[in-house]
Design a protein around this ligand. Structure first.
Ligand SMILES: [Zn+2]
Length: 238
């Protein structure tokens, strides 16, 4: 954790030589460990944990083209939300362990031949968080993973399209009915001309009821985007 913050602090200065030297020093002070089990390892993911993730990995696409309640035509995800990946995503989201994004994304990088069909999309839009939340955290945690996945499938992340205009309670703290109400009318779309006629993937970490991504998609449709051009991508599906 400390290591992650130091590296990111230094990266802010964009001096390559300084970063390399500092990374070496940091690695001496904080030796490399597996970010999942915490045991000493030369890479951030040890073989044992990698094998566990291998077993859990199951890239799938759910078709919603005929489902009129959904404002998108399909949902892609890499894992079912359970066991190890559930644990990891919970730590990543709620225990301020942002460095886990690196472990998950480098695992996915080795799996990319499984999800080649994501390349039919043109851009990724990340589910936005409120300005207040972003200020508290300093970053949008979904953005960290999305950025790496965008690199893997060579898609561009389009920013400044969706905005969260209201602060809401975390979806995870609410029941099914409350979740639907909680996200209603909380997003706003701007700069829509930038994404007209493009195939759009809306990205979030976890899909539970799908209310959040559904509301984001609805906001895009109301701004003039064709439903047939909208798909969803999440790391896991509950
Ligand atoms: Zn491990």
């Amino acid at each position: 954790m400390i290591k992650y913050h130091i590296i990111h602090f230094v990266k802010a200065f964009q001096k390559k030589e300084v970063i390399i030297i500092l990374e070496k020093i940091i690695n001496l002070i904080y030796p490399q460990v597996c970010s999942i089990c915490g045991k000493l390892n030369t890479k951030s993911l040890c073989n044992k944990c990698k094998n566990k993730l291998e077993k859990e990995f199951e890239y799938k696409t759910d078709d919603y083209s005929e489902n009129s309640e959904k404002n998108f035509i399909e949902h892609h995800y890499f894992f079912k939300y359970k066991d190890l990946i559930r644990n990891q995503l919970l730590s990543y989201k709620f225990q301020e362990k942002p460095y886990i994004y690196k472990t998950i994304s480098s695992f996915l990088e080795n799996k990319q031949k499984n999800f080649e069909n994501l390349k039919k999309y043109d851009i990724i839009i990340i589910v936005p968080i409120s300005r207040k939340r972003q200020k508290q955290r300093g970053y949008n945690q979904s953005g960290l993973i999305a950025k790496e996945i965008a690199k893997i499938i060579s898609l561009k992340i389009e920013k400044n399209i969706l905005y969260k205009i209201k602060n809401t309670a975390p979806q995870s703290s609410l029941n099914k009915q409350q979740r639907e109400e909680n996200v209603k009318q909380v997003y706003k779309a701007k700069n829509i001309e930038k994404i007209k006629n493009k195939k759009i993937l809306i990205f979030d970490d976890i899909y539970t009821t799908g209310n959040t991504v559904n509301e984001c998609a609805k906001t895009l449709i109301e701004a003039g985007i064709d439903r047939n051009n909208i798909g969803i991508l999440t790391i896991a599906k509950d």
